[in-house]
Design a protein. Sequence first.
Lengths: 224, 361
Amino acid sequence: MNWAPIVLTLKLASLTAAILLVIGMPIAYWLTYSRWRWKFLVESVVALPLVLPPTVLGFYVLVAFGPKSPLGQGYQALVGHPLAFTFEGLLFASVLYSLPFAVQPLTSAFGAVDPKLVEASWTLGISRLATFLRVTLPLSIAGVVTGLVLSFAHTMGEFGVVLMVGGNIPGVTRTVSIDIYDEVQALNYAGAAETALVLLIFSFVTLSIVYALNRRMWVVWPTR
Amino acid sequence: MADEMTADFEKRYDGGPTIRAALRLPVGHSHVTVLFGPSGAGKTTVLRCLAGLERPERGRIRFVDEPWVDTDLGVMASPQARGIGYLFQDYALFPHLTVAGNITYAIHGLDREEQHTRLAEMLRLLRLEGLEDRRPAQLSGGQQQRVALARVLARRPRLLLLDEPLSALDAPTREQLRGELRSVLRGQTMPTLCVTHDWVEALTLADDVAVMAGGRILQTGSPDQVFSKPANAEVAAIVGVETVILGRVSGRQDGLAAFDVGGKRLWAVEASGKGEEFYLCIRAEDVTLEIGTRPSSSARNHLAGRVMHVRPAGPVSRVAVDCGFALTALVTRQAAQDLDLQPGTPVTATVKASAIHLIPR
């Protein structure tokens, strides 16, 4: 049993979910409360990874990492090596790829918080940021958990983007799905089945825990 | 000149009426101004503009020497900066916090001891002791209302804005909380602007009444002035009670209270509530008229007087009678003709003791 790809994938998925939580929140907050007339354009951009073939997304990310793009040049100047075919590059692509899976549940959770509660907090003299942290966020816990789980799970199963951006470097960018694909290509069905089963069980257990927690959370914090 | 808050502004909605409001509120002591009118009159919008939750298109709002809104100068103070207490119609309690958490929500910045003192003070003032650890969902409507009031009072606001404070309650609870709300507001040192469409609530709470309809303030004055002397037919139709007299109890007998008003003795059924000073409210349809004089008994008040004027209003006529005080009666047109009511006609107005609605002050 080859554990390296599994450990690597877990690391990638956890980091992606954590980063998405941090950058997804301000985006979701803005999408919930902004009344800008061109907001739908931003919504479309955020949702793009849902409909775009992973290879297309991966292709553009690869181009963006290249020595001709400002991003690629900047990163190379700063760190000393290019972004493509590194773990950091893979992480960057994963964050982009799973963005809608974090932002969408957050947006709908924020939107479900009664605006009167937010206004009540403002009239009580509490700043917008403190109101978000003390009212909106605690009442959106279910959405936060859902966003975390979905982006984690989505990253776990990522294939096309990894192949385009990360390549297949053992221990660096060789994730579970690539590993399974390789095993099948090599006609090692037993190896592929082992890894696939581990992934299946892990995904099922994670989702079960989250759904069970979520249910209890509603009992502890009735919203209305 | 006494400190005051002045507001004069306009708020427009797409597809709705333009709302104009001009108000003056005395500042620095307890004073309740009731914004009274039917639903859709724009009362809540006025409140939201004062709170900073809506931005008026035109106008000025000043709190003593502090500009809150000045559209000419581009001034728009945030709700946080205004130091107000806003009571929402459905209370907007934080469902994830306990009663204590809700009440101390706005005073987190204070030291622990002060927070405890204020929490205890609020729990006592609003009779919430023992409920500290409950969540809003576990409270009755009346309790939720009191928690919401405690939450806004805990931070000692400079101005209280109440949006239909009792309308979400069932009738018996509303009855009970009305008096309580009055005494709580009397005990404060800040002015209150209270929105309501319930005339009993208006008379119970108000030091001043501003009548609002169709996005405009039609009349402002003391409650008995506004209710008894509506400036025009529109106001009269909105207030609904034609005669409101302020009176002191001068005697009690068999569950009835006697009032000496304008040289006449009026008997009224004292249904509930204690107190010495009351608004006596008489609906015009509860007043009957006849020619000549009759002795008064305690069950029926017979009041001798003279007709001041007769105004036809559809199938009925509104008759104003001077019987030491102005009393309005509603009679059918036919009856007005049969009785030959003219200005100066001597009449006896009859009001049942049970038809006089007493509102404690």
